[in-house]
Structure formats: structure tokens, C-alpha cells
Design a protein around this ligand. Structure first.
Ligand code: GLN
Length: 267
């Protein structure tokens, strides 16, 4: 009996150990723990939330390593500025919630800088620009947004794609279903549960290019929904982290590391 308790305890300790040695400089797994407080003073280690599967910005590679433009940018910026962080891959909407609740110090998740979000978040300088696109089944007859009138469409929780779909819902008589993550949303179109989805263009294009089983195509990019991506913290909190991010971003743009990272995932 006693022995069992000890081994359980040991197993628990090992788990804590595995989580604890996450990363201090990026590329680690999505680790738990280490609560983010909300003062504005510099911290030993920041907790940064991100999306689960949003390639080429953040995703797990075949070795289970968390990679992508956002992950590599943060790693390079942290190195340049000498700060430590830990990644929590929570999903997009959950990341928004975690930052708002003070459970994460910041987030980098292909997050669009919007006027509405500026009420709750402070953003870094932007590092990428993307339009929202509409994607459908590869063999679909749908050619433009006009053809999705009255149809069943999929969006991802908390995203600008979801906001856009809501904004045209009445005009196009859309029936909207909300999904938690991008892969599940794409799959719903493949299976025919949904007719179209709204997604950031480079992410949709990357998924189609890299996954031959994903028989989808991009129909139309919504220029009006072009937004810049930024790193975010809770409004009024962690101002020094935004400063460091901006300073590091400027440095890696100057020394070529920024372009190297973008090219690594877009060439
Ligand atoms: N750029 C979109 C947004 O900010 C989608 C982000 C995401 O799905 N990770 O809402």
C-alpha cells in the first residue's frame, strides 16, 4: 500500500518535472503551471498563450515540437531581449480568455489587431498582414461569396473570420456553426456538414498545400477583412513586455532574422 503511494507520488513528481522543463526560449511543449500575475514589472518568466493548430504560425511538427512563424519570432525576440517565457498552446479563444483573466501574460496566435480588441488588449507593432478567405470543398461549384447565400458555414470561435461571418449573416442568410479549432472546422467541410468556412488566407492556403487529404479550395479573399497580426497583452498590463517585443522585432528586422523566419515557412 505504502509502496503504491510512493510510486504514485514519484509519477506525479516526474510529471511536474516534465512540465517544468518546458522551455525558456521557445520551441517547447505546451506547458502548464506558473501563474501569470498582473503587475507591470519585468518578470523572470512570461507565460505566453497561443493557438493549437494554426500553421504556418503555430503548430506541432512531426517530432511534437511547437514551431511556426509566431513561435520562431517569439524565440528570436526573447533571445534578442533576454527574457524567458513559457508557451501554453490553449487554442485561440482560450488564449484570449487566459490573457484577459491574467492567467497568461501575453499571446501570439496569428492574432489580428482590431479596433474592438484594442479595448481589451495592448498590441505590439504588427508583423504580418492577412485577409480573411472563404474556403469550400475542392469539387464545389461555389465561385464567390454570392454563392454561399442561405448556406451552412463554419467559423472558429473568437476569430475575425467569425466576426465577419456574423456581420454578413443577415445579408446572406447564413447558418453559422462555431468550431473551437481550425482542423475541426476544415473537417466539417470535407464531411459535408458545412459548405464553407472563413479562415485567414495564408493559414487556409498552407493547410491545403501541405495536406493532400484536405480536399478544399480557396474561393475568395475578403479584402475588407485584411488585418495586421500583433503580439498582445491585457490592456494596461505588462507594458514592458510590449516594449521588449517591439524592440526585439525592430532588431530582428534589421539583422535579417525576421525575413529568415518568414521565408522558412512561406517559401
Ligand atoms: N487572425 C484571426 C483573429 O485574430 C484568427 C486567429 C487564429 O485563428 N489563431 O481572429
Amino acid at each position: 500500500m505504502k509502496k503504491r503511494v510512493v510510486s504514485l507520488l514519484l509519477a506525479g513528481l516526474m510529471l511536474v518535472g516534465a512540465v517544468g522543463c518546458g522551455n525558456s526560449g521557445g520551441n517547447g511543449s505546451s506547458a502548464a503551471s506558473s501563474g501569470a500575475a498582473s503587475s507591470s514589472a519585468a518578470k523572470d518568466k512570461y507565460v505566453i498563450a497561443t493557438d493549437t493548430a494554426f500553421a504556418p504560425f503555430e503548430y506541432e511538427d512531426k517530432d511534437g515540437k511547437r514551431v511556426g512563424i509566431d513561435m520562431d519570432l517569439l524565440e528570436a525576440i526573447a533571445k534578442d531581449q533576454g527574457f524567458k517565457y513559457e508557451i501554453k498552446a490553449l487554442g485561440f479563444d482560450a488564449s484570449l480568455q487566459a490573457v484577459e483573466a491574467g492567467q497568461a501574460d501575453g499571446m501570439i496566435a496569428g492574432m489580428s489587431i482590431t479596433e474592438d480588441r484594442k479595448k481589451k488588449f495592448d498590441f505590439s507593432e504588427s508583423y504580418y498582414n492577412v485577409p480573411v478567405t472563404i474556403a469550400v470543398k475542392a469539387d464545389s461549384d461555389i465561385k464567390s461569396i454570392e454563392d454561399i447565400k442561405g448556406k451552412q458555414v463554419a467559423v472558429k470561435k473568437g476569430t475575425t473570420g467569425a466576426t465577419y461571418a456574423e456581420s454578413i449573416k443577415d445579408q446572406y442568410s447564413l447558418k453559422i456553426t462555431v468550431y473551437d479549432d481550425s482542423p475541426t472546422m476544415y473537417q466539417a467541410i470535407v464531411t459535408g456538414n458545412e459548405v464553407a468556412c472563413f479562415e485567414d488566407y495564408p493559414v487556409m492556403a498552407y493547410a491545403i498545400k501541405t495536406n493532400s487529404n484536405l480536399k478544399l479550395k480557396v474561393v475568395e479573399s475578403v479584402k475588407a477583412m485584411e488585418t495586421p497580426y500583433g503580439f498582445a497583452v491585457k490592456k494596461g498590463q505588462n507594458a514592458e513586455l510590449i516594449e521588449k517585443f517591439n524592440a526585439g522585432l525592430a532588431n530582428i528586422k534589421k539583422n535579417g532574422v525576421f525575413d529568415e523566419i518568414i521565408n522558412r515557412y512561406t517559401k
